[in-house]
Design a protein around this ligand. Structure first.
Ligand code: PAD
Ligand code: ZN
Ligand code: ZN
Length: 376
């Protein structure tokens, strides 16, 4: 049935308010307006950042449809869309690439002005394309993928290889791209170096994959949940440490383990204390620490300035520093050419209406990535 230009009724997981469960509802999805694209979602991963919207750690307007790590098929396009056509296999982008803002024009910035980090939750004309029970439902991070159909801006879409398997390739919509890029683009990990990765979830394991591909000789995984160690080692960690097993600060433990030679550290938990621990754990004069975890909204961090005065570099990155419209198709091609293997990252595949179960696995620390699949 040709649905182009028509309102589509479909299932979506709506969050009606903070700390409320996902409610599977029938929603209406309006046709795409100018420079927008309507996408049929095939598979979507569950990321900590989605959970952060349910708790208020990340700003969102309610009611909202969250989700930002997906693969889908373009169902229809709005006026003026030239880069995409119905049938294209795509990844919706939480970090768009408009190509014309001052940030997109800088070769080394991916902080596109279209990024919705403050949770405005609407498209360019200031409105939403979703309604449920007569009420508008807000978008999230330009993507909103916990729904059978979504509408996004055309600058927030990367076209990928039609043969890419959705339940793995969706990880290019966030976890893999973010973690791998943090190691390759942001830290620029050097061959033979020693790295430490704090937080061994889907993003942290992707940092490990990046460090390994960059040629790091020692990669230390750090997590307070030892059940994460086996997977971390399977993707390239050479050893793992639980800070709870030690009375000394983790920076001292790492210094002793390595003879003070940790060159790169990555904070991939989103805890403020861990950001300081990761900074203190890299070499005081030539070390670099990268903040990947989302700091809680409106949080303030106090730290000893000697940590940076001594010579450490403290950086952060959004979406691994990639320019996503250009770079994601290439990353997916590298995946198809078997440059990296994402098998270890996807621990659970569930049907979409088991979304609540998927979030419980994340909260209990039992999953790396749960991927939800759709039966259209
Ligand atoms: P996850 O919850 O799957 O993994 C986080 C891991 O950190 C878990 O294994 C925890 O056990 C571990 N952890 C928690 N507290 C501590 C601690 N104090 N010390 C050591 N380990 C700890 O999350 P994820 O991998 O989906 O995401 C990780 C972070 O990255 C999270 O903050 C998320 O919001 C952020 C993120 N950032 C970007 C970006 O563009 N910068 C993109 C995607 C996700
Ligand atoms: Zn994410
Ligand atoms: Zn831009």
């Amino acid at each position: 049935m040709n649905t182009s230009g028509k309102v589509i009724k479909c299932k979506a997981a709506v969050l009606w308010g903070l700390e409320q469960p996902f409610s599977i509802e029938e929603i209406e999805v309006a046709p795409p307006k100018a420079h927008e694209v309507r996408i049929k979602i095939l598979a979507t991963g569950i990321c900590r950042t989605d959970n952060n919207a349910t708790t208020g750690v990340m700003p969102a307007k309610f009611p909202v449809i969250v989700g930002h790590e997906a693969v889908g098929i373009v169902e229809s396009i709005g006026e003026g869309v030239t880069s995409l056509k119905p049938g294209d296999k795509v990844i919706p982008l939480c970090v768009p690439q408009c190509g014309i803002c001052s940030n997109c024009l800088k070769p080394d910035s991916n902080y596109c002005d279209m990024l919705d980090i403050v949770g405005k939750g609407v498209l360019s004309d200031g409105t939403s394309r979703f309604t449920c029970k007569g009420k508008p439902v807000y978008h999230y991070m330009n993507t909103s993928t916990f729904t059978e159909y979504t509408v996004v801006r055309d600058v927030a879409v990367a076209k990928i290889d039609a043969a890419a398997p959705p339940e793995k390739a969706c990880l290019f919509g966030c976890a893999f791209t973010t973690g791998y890029g943090a190691a390759i683009n942001t830290a620029k990990v050097t061959p033979g170096s020693t790295c430490a990765v704090f937080g061994l979830g889907g993003v942290g394991l992707s940092v490990i994959i990046g460090c390994k591909i960059a040629g790091a000789s020692r990669i230390i995984g750090v997590d307070i949940n030892p059940r994460k160690f086996e997977k971390a080692k399977a993707v390239g960690a050479t050893e793992c440490v639980n800070p709870k097993d030690h009375t000394k600060p983790i920076s001292e433990v790492l210094k002793e383990m390595t003879g003070d030679s940790v060159r790169y550290t990555f904070e991939v938990t989103g805890n403020l204390d861990t950001m300081i621990d990761a900074l203190a754990s890299c070499h005081k004069n030539c070390g670099m620490s990268v903040v990947v975890g989302d700091p809680p909204a409106s949080s303030v961090l106090t730290f000893d300035p000697m940590l940076v005065f001594d010579g450490r570099t403290w950086k952060g990155c959004i979406f691994g520093g990639w320019k996503p419209v250009n770079d994601l198709p290439k990353l997916v091609s590298d995946f198809m050419a078997k440059k990296f293997n994402l098998d270890e990252l996807v621990t659970h595949i569930l049907p979409f209406d088991k979304i609540e179960e998927g979030f419980n696995l994340l909260k209990k620390g039992e999953s790396i990535r749960t991927v939800l699949t759709f039966q259209h």
